[in-house]
Design a protein around this ligand. Structure first.
Ligand code: CMC
Length: 433
């Protein structure tokens, strides 16, 4: 945190004692009050479960204006990137801060393409899992195991090793995810093809089989690329914060990304796309929507409308708008544009956006509301949805991890607590209890 960012000071009075706390300005968005010296000066901690008002770092990568429904990567709006750019260019932008020149992009794409294969021994690792293992369970294990296979890129103090580990993970994630899928359906692993682009190669590894020719449809490949682009990064969300926290102990990058994959799996986070499609299927027909809306509003029912609401967006998630358009294109291609699931989704969205409960709480559709419909139409089983989210988010995790490693203010993450348990008491032998 550079001193020139200081905007002013805030005064806090605790137990009659006043302390001056520096206030730092953001380039856009809320300023922060620096409370790092608060404990030393007052003996108090701040209390903020869920980090609703706490910035854990400063970052140059991604900015969200939740009120406006705006998402910027290095300043570029997500809708422009989704429409005009493509996933690997966005990866470069996130990792290095600027859009690449033609030559830089060519070199970057070549580097990623040449690292897509997995160490052959890793096939044995897959075979240790049960056939019915969830792909995310396999992803957590295999990504963590990368550190057992690529020892030459685990020294986080060496910038070259950090760079190689980053390229390796971006390159290998589609292979890891595709093989998790192949294993679950009992088909042979399909090796990557260097003549295909990143998204098309992923689809090839998922859907081709040795006994028949498989050509990736360009509309499908573009939709896949768009899904990846829309999920590439999202500021300090739960999984990214998990990666940063794991990395703050100087853990190796593969272990940190495995931690991110684990966190993403939860249905409140990346698991929502799977949960959302399951919910749309359960609703089934438009006439059953009111029943589910009523359940979502009922405080005694744990049911929530999956794909709705967001900690930061209090307006339409800009990614959801792009995803809705992509859903229409893909469903048209596969000839299911009048599918009951799309009808239920569109009607549910309409009703929820007019319902006082959702309006009052600013609950809008998020990216996962439509992404499951698209992935389902592309032929992916629901269990693969979060794995595809994970492979797309890997670049964001890495960009944030690299930024953290280079931050001179970085220290091991160690939250404090408000202790509410028993005070010190003497041990009582078991016969006397
Ligand atoms: N359905 C019904 N009510 C909801 C929903 C929902 N989907 N989301 C929030 N609420 C209500 C909640 O009950 C609370 O009401 P009240 O003030 O009366 O107690 C109010 O809205 C605020 O909710 P919150 O739980 O305090 O909000 P949060 O910021 O902690 O949670 C969330 C954000 C995304 C976890 C939550 O909205 C949710 O569970 N949504 C469904 C899961 C989902 O779609 N997740 C994907 C997020 S986008 C992909 C990603 O980035 O991971």
């Amino acid at each position: 945190m550079s001193e020139q960012k200081q905007q002013g000071t805030a005064t806090l009075t605790v137990d009659g004692k006043s302390v001056e706390l520096p206030v730092y300005a953001a380039s856009v968005g809320p300023s922060v009050i620096d409370v790092r010296k608060l404990y030393a000066e007052t003996g108090h901690f701040t209390f903020d479960p869920g980090f609703t008002s706490t910035a854990a770092c400063d970052s140059d990568i991604t900015y969200i204006d939740g009120g406006k429904g705006e998402l910027l990567h290095r300043g570029y709006p997500i809708d422009q990137l989704a429409e005009k750019s493509h996933f690997l260019e966005v990866c470069y932008l996130l990792l290095y801060g600027e859009l690449p020149s033609k030559a830089q992009l060519t070199t970057f794409e070549k580097n990623v393409t040449e690292h897509t294969m997995l160490h052959e021994q890793m096939t044995n690792f897959y075979r240790g899992f049960r056939r019915d293992a969830h792909p995310m369970a396999i992803m957590v294990g295999v990504v963590g195991a990368l550190s057992a296979f690529y020892h030459d890129s685990t020294d986080i103090t060496d910038p070259m090793q950090r760079e190689i580990a980053s390229i390796r993970m971006i390159a290998k994630m589609p292979t890891i995810a595709a093989w998790a899928y192949k294993y679950s359906v009992g088909q042979p692993f399909v090796y990557p093809r260097n003549d295909l682009d990143y998204a098309a190669n992923f689809m090839h590894m998922c859907f081709s089989v040795p006994c028949a020719e498989y050509n990736v449809d360009p509309v499908m490949a573009q939709a896949m690329d768009r899904i990846m682009t829309l999920h590439a990064d999202h500021e300090q969300n739960a999984s990214t914060s998990t990666v940063r926290l794991a990395g703050s102990s100087d853990a190796n990058p593969f272990a940190c990304i495995a931690a991110g994959v684990a966190c993403l799996w939860g249905p409140a986070h990346g698991g929502a796309n799977e949960a959302c499609l399951n919910m749309l299927r359960e609703i089934g027909t438009v006439d059953r929507i009111p029943e589910f809306i009523a359940r979502a509003k009922d405080k005694d029912d744990p049911f929530r409308l999956m794909g709705f609401g967001h900690r930061v967006y209090k307006n339409y998630d800009p990614r959801a708008k792009v995803m809705e358009q992509t859903a229409k294109e893909v469903l048209e291609l596969v000839g299911t544009e009048d599918s009951p699931i799309l009808q239920v989704a569109q009607e549910l969205e309409k009703i929820a956006l007019e319902d006082e409960y959702f309006v009052k709480r600013s609950l809008y559709p998020n990216v996962d509301f439509y992404s499951g419909i698209v992935l389902n139409a592309m032929g992916f089983p629901t269990s693969m949805f979060t794995a595809i989210f994970a492979l797309s988010r890997t670049v964001g995790w890495i960009a944030q991890w690299k930024e953290m490693i280079g931050d001179p203010d970085q220290r091991i993450g160690r939250p404090r607590q408000l202790y509410t348990g028993a005070t010190a008491r003497d041990y009582v032998p078991v016969d006397d209890r």
